[in-house]
Design a protein around this ligand. Structure first.
Ligand code: GLA
Length: 375
């Protein structure tokens, strides 16, 4: 357990000293002491919660220590997806998710739940009916209800927000909805049902539609239209999750600002749910410049982004998609070997210019620096 008692004066002095970026820790795992640097979430405590995505195996490592010190919110990177939670019908495996929730409780952190419905990582059995035939609409809705009730019910009161549906928008479709199994086999109302089931299971949970590239104009119009429709039908949707897997050079701060404003005007909460800033504009296109130039630009970009978030009272949480550059989806699988470094802490869990950029945004905006930080 780490104490996060406010230490604003030393933190301010450190921020000034390290304005250009510095790493104070030794990198020696046994002596790893993240508390030498100001806790990000402590700094932002007057404004919004700051979280990170985590796998259960990271909890007891140096990254877990970093997590406990800098963040006050967690999300499971994979452990709460349908395939992980219910690999066979009626056989739930909550072991990984339970460890994450228990860690959060021990450290006084909030938990975001991710995700109840997605076109990926849904087990094959979900789609199969009797005698090898495709599952009917009725069976699919019953399975969806059972999955959501078991999952949201288990963490009722411990997971404060759920990404109920993930990546359901496709602006290339006439009705704006992704043409996936859910849409084809159930019809467009599967989204309404998912939200209603989640709300039944925990009426106090905040319920989100989560998606990527929400700043893309066509996609944004679609998402606005879908969310508006849900609200008009009385479906309990409370917010929009903007994944925000972005690059150092796009989308622009103005587009992000405008996007947040449009959803706020609809009366929904905005959360940034999967933030990382890549050195790549597209998978094969690395931005020009040396590594130290890219790190500095990334620091400025994080600062710019957080200033936009701070300008929106409706932004209630910002979650990074990972803890440090040692372990993120952008250095694994098809992205392995590209040398991407998208997060505020480097592969040795040391602060990068990105970390100082996040802190600088708050000191410059003056929003929460003057308020006593509270855990
Ligand atoms: C999407 C999903 C996340 C994660 C990332 C990349 O954004 O919402 O759960 O899988 O892709 O790993």
């Amino acid at each position: 357990m780490f104490s996060k008692r406010p230490r604003l004066l030393p933190a301010l002095a450190l921020l000034l000293l390290c304005a250009g970026g510095c790493a104070l820790d030794t990198g020696d795992g046994s002596r790893f002491a993240p508390e030498k640097n100001p806790s990000l979430s402590q700094f932002y405590a007057g404004r919004f919660s700051l979280g990170a995505a985590v796998e259960p195996a990271q909890l007891e490592t140096a990254e877990g220590k970093l997590l406990g010190w800098h963040f006050n919110s967690l999300v499971a990177e994979n452990a709460m997806k349908p395939l992980e939670l219910q690999p066979a019908e009626g056989r739930f495996d909550f072991s990984g998710a339970d460890r994450i929730v228990a860690f959060a409780q021990r450290h006084g952190m909030k938990v975001r739940g991710h995700t109840l419905l997605w076109h990926e990582r849904t087990p094959e059995w979900f789609w199969q009916g009797a005698d090898g035939r495709p599952a009917s609409r009725r069976l699919l809705l019953e399975r969806l209800r059972a999955h959501i009730h078991a999952t949201v019910g288990r963490y009722r009161g411990r997971v404060y927000a759920w990404d109920v549906v993930n990546e359901v928008i496709d602006p290339a479709q006439k009705n704006c909805l992704r043409d996936d199994n859910w849409f084809q086999r159930v019809g467009p109302d599967y989204i309404d049902w998912a939200f209603r089931f989640a709300h039944d299971a925990d009426p106090s949970a905040r319920l989100f539609v989560n998606d990527f590239e929400t700043t893309n104009l066509d996609k944004r119009e679609c998402l606005l239209w879908v969310v508006k429709g849900l609200r008009e039908r009385g479906v309990p949707v409370h917010g929009v999750g903007h994944q925000m897997h972005i690059s150092i050079d796009s989308p622009g701060a103005r587009e992000i600002d405008e996007t947040l404003g449009k959803f706020a005007a609809l009366g929904v909460e905005n959360q940034i749910t999967e933030l990382d800033i890549s050195f790549y504009r597209s998978p094969g296109q690395r931005l020009p410049g040396s590594e130290s130039e890219l790190l500095a630009r990334q620091g400025a970009r994080y600062e710019e982004l957080f200033r936009v978030f701070l300008a929106h009272a409706d932004v209630t949480a910002v979650t990074f998609w990972g803890i440090s550059d040692a372990n993120t989806w952008l250095v694994r699988g098809r992205f392995a070997g590209r040398g991407d470094k998208p997060l505020p802490f480097d592969a040795d869990q040391q602060p990068k210019p990105a970390y100082w950029g996040v802190l600088r945004a708050l000191s410059i905006s003056g929003v929460a620096m003057s308020k006593p930080a509270q855990k």
